[in-house]
Design a protein around this ligand. Structure first.
Ligand SMILES: [Zn+2]
Length: 177
């Protein structure tokens, strides 16, 4: 799965009435990202994730879902994503051993590099062709995003389709006199 989709998917519906967040603690972030993390970095990463999800909601014209209280307007989301991508200025260096080779160097720390990597993945995804197939799963309570793997895919996974069918059936049955 694309990195940016995994990143957006670090928060999910918890199966009850709240959200389950893989990035709820610095340890959770360290586990997910594989870099040492403190609370300051966690807050930046979580802010970036909500910015990315806000842009996903905008791109898919998602209906209001359970994560709506965390979403922000497009201008602010763009500022956050672009600022995070700019945290790691890179310089191109030419190395010449057996073959000339391009290497990118930067002087960033691991936290900045993580933020820049995630933001750059979001930018490349949203500016690329795959964006047209990005969907907000319409199943009840689901807050996932997915890229359609085939033209008729409606749900992020089969269990969401089942839940949506059961829910429709339930509401139809209740609407009968
Ligand atoms: Zn779903």
């Amino acid at each position: 799965m694309a990195l940016v989709l995994e990143f957006a998917g670090t928060v999910r519906h918890d199966g009850h009435s709240g959200l389950a967040d893989d990035l709820a603690t610095p340890d959770g972030l360290a586990r997910w990202a594989g870099v040492p993390a403190d609370e300051a970095l966690r807050l930046r990463v979580v802010e970036l994730r909500w910015a990315v999800r806000s842009l996903f909601a905008h791109a898919t014209r998602a209906a209001e879902r359970m994560d709506a209280p965390h979403l922000m307007d497009v201008e602010r989301a763009l500022r956050i994503v672009n600022a995070a991508a700019a945290r790691v200025p890179r310089v191109a260096q030419l190395e010449w051993g057996e073959q000339p080779r391009l290497r990118h160097l930067d002087s960033a720390d691991e936290g900045d590099r993580l933020l820049a990597t995630l933001a750059t993945a979001a930018i490349e995804f949203l500016a690329g062709d795959a964006r047209a197939d990005l969907r907000a799963c319409p199943a009840p309570r689901c807050i996932r995003y997915f890229v359609k793997a085939h033209p008729r895919q409606e749900w992020c996974k089969p269990s969401c389709g089942n839940r949506a069918r059961v829910s429709r059936h339930y509401h139809r049955a209740r609407a009968l006199p």
